[in-house]
Design a protein around this ligand. Structure first.
Ligand code: MV4
Length: 479
């Protein structure tokens, strides 16, 4: 593998290229017209414009990307996350053109892209699942019977897609029909597939996911968990590894379950198996993400493994260079997603030019960044600017370092989620580790950040007044 094309943009394109360069592999960037001056373009050995700003006319153009790859003698394509990363047809298209898709086989992507197909596939491996049904349901009376059997509250879920779309909590029988119809119509319009099914609603779960890595020789390891419960409307904001609630026994059990999920679909490459963990520490398989995830750096820091390097090695057909016994957790890592969104204004996208953009540096601080000072945040794509990642010997050390790094991260011109990250790091529930997926809804209000700003402003005013009074004793204005 001498040359890879990165079919992505922003921080993840740069992240992948960093490892490719380290391994002596040439890199090709692709970009849309609005991205021509972006860091991922300048960082690559070669770069090709693949179309206009909208993703559908650039980063989602599989055929065009293949055409560029062939013209430039590209051996493999890394899809990053989002865009074409979980597109089974694109994985197949690569294969048909003798280009390595750095990811699983298309069949695994297809199976895990459907929650119902995923349940069916993992069944033979005794993976714990939330009580419920494992087939699509359309008949309301049948749904009522099942719901009564399971016991309310229940959750209606769409089989396709993700992000909580087509998901409805039903707390009593008389709401079932209307909520079911809503879920079906939401799923139909969002995914073109109205299949829904029913599960028991787990009221206060934590979202724990396990990183797995599989080679083409049947070896699979897990690289422990990531705690991703701090999310807002299904958008993760803060992630960490390890989780404060897993015991070594539970970790080993969940790790093995994740490995079995990977086995069930002949998985190859980096994947993530998502679980819900309830208050009694029962875990349930939710779904598998068949890509490298945004939050992969926290796993890299605690396991001292370069996940992109492993992806590339496995894609080249190499045997995994590590076994489960080689893997140990060391230290604690936190990640804050820095979005161009205003936490004081319902997290609305904040557009504009980055007048000032200075990244924090220092031991234990990693910033996976995709933009630079003077640049505009394009409105066409996900508004994540960077990921601020900290690593410490202990969780408290990582939290303190995160707060320091947030203070040293200088952004002017647009609003970001940096102050929100500070809010999380200062919150007792987060510090104690006692939180679930409802953390933001339960604890966050813009006033919390405004109060902090006010406090800072008052301190600043006090300091200024002190100085003024001191100066007045020694300084005299000319008469
Ligand atoms: C659930 C659940 C409670 N009970 N399933 C949300 C996205 C989708 N991938 C799965 N999700 C959930 N499934 C049952 N049976 C609660 C959620 C959920 C959630 C899960 C992970 C992270 C954040 C979440 C936020 C709200 C709801």
């Amino acid at each position: 593998m001498k040359k890879i094309l990165i079919a992505n943009r922003g921080e993840i394109a740069i992240r992948v290229m960093r490892t490719a360069k380290k391994m002596g592999i040439k890199t090709v960037a692709v970009y849309s017209e609005v991205d021509r001056n972006m860091p991922h373009v300048t960082y690559a050995d070669e770069a090709v414009c693949i179309g206009k700003a909208p993703s559908s006319e650039s980063y989602l153009r599989g055929e065009k990307i293949i055409e560029v790859s062939k013209a430039l003698n590209v051996d493999a394509i890394h899809p990053g996350y989002g865009f074409l990363s979980e597109n089974a047809d694109f994985a197949e298209l690569c294969e048909a053109n003798d280009i390595i898709f750095i990811g699983p086989k298309s069949k695994a992507i297809t199976v895990m892209g459907s929650k119902l197909a995923a349940k069916e596939t993992v069944k033979a491996y005794n993976i714990p699942m939330v009580p419920g049904i494992d087939e699509a349901i359309t008949d309301v009376d049948k749904a009522k019977a099942i719901a009564k059997d399971i016991g309310f509250p229940i959750l209606i879920k769409a089989s396709a897609g993700g992000g909580g779309k087509g998901m409805r909590v039903v707390s009593a029988e008389d709401e079932l029909e209307s909520q079911m119809n809503r879920a079906i119509s939401e799923a139909t319009s969002a995914f073109g597939d109205g299949s829904v099914f029913i599960e028991k609603y787990v009221a206060s779960p934590r979202h724990i996911e396990i990183q797995v890595m599989a080679d083409t020789h049947g070896n699979i390891v897990h690289l422990f968990e990531r705690e991703c419960s701090i999310q807002r409307r299904h958008q993760k904001v803060v992630e960490e590894a390890p989780s404060t609630v897993l015991t070594p026994e539970l970790r080993a059990e969940m790790g093995q379950a994740a490995i079995d999920v990977a086995k069930s679909c002949d998985y190859v490459g980096a994947g993530t198996v998502e679980f819900l963990l309830d208050e009694n520490k029962n875990f349930y398989f939710l779904e598998m993400n068949t890509r490298l995830q945004v939050e992969h750096p926290v796993t890299e820091l605690i396991s001292n493994v370069d996940l992109v390097e492993l992806q590339i090695r496995v894609a080249r057909g190499e045997v995994l260079p590590i076994t489960q016994d080689d893997l140990k957790i060391k230290g604690h890592a936190l990640e804050l997603r820095v979005y161009a969104e205003d936490p004081l204004n319902d997290f609305l996208p904040s557009v504009g030019t980055l007048e000032t953009y200075k990244l924090p540096v220092g031991e234990g601080i990693r910033v996976d960044n995709g933009i630079g000072e003077g640049m505009d945040v394009p409105i066409y794509y996900d508004p994540m600017l960077s990921k601020l990642i900290t690593y410490g010997k202990t969780r408290m050390e990582a939290i303190q370092l995160m707060k320091k790094a947030i203070d040293n991260y200088k952004v002017e011109g647009i609003e970001t989620t940096l102050p929100f990250g500070k809010f999380v790091c200062d919150h007792d529930a987060f510090i104690s580790g006692d939180f679930d997926t409802h953390f933001v809804k339960t604890h966050y209000s813009p006033e919390a950040i405004e109060a902090e700003y006010k406090e800072e402003a008052e301190v600043a005013a006090m300091v200024a007044l002190q100085q003024y009074l001191k100066d007045r004793e020694t300084l005299r204005l000319p008469n």
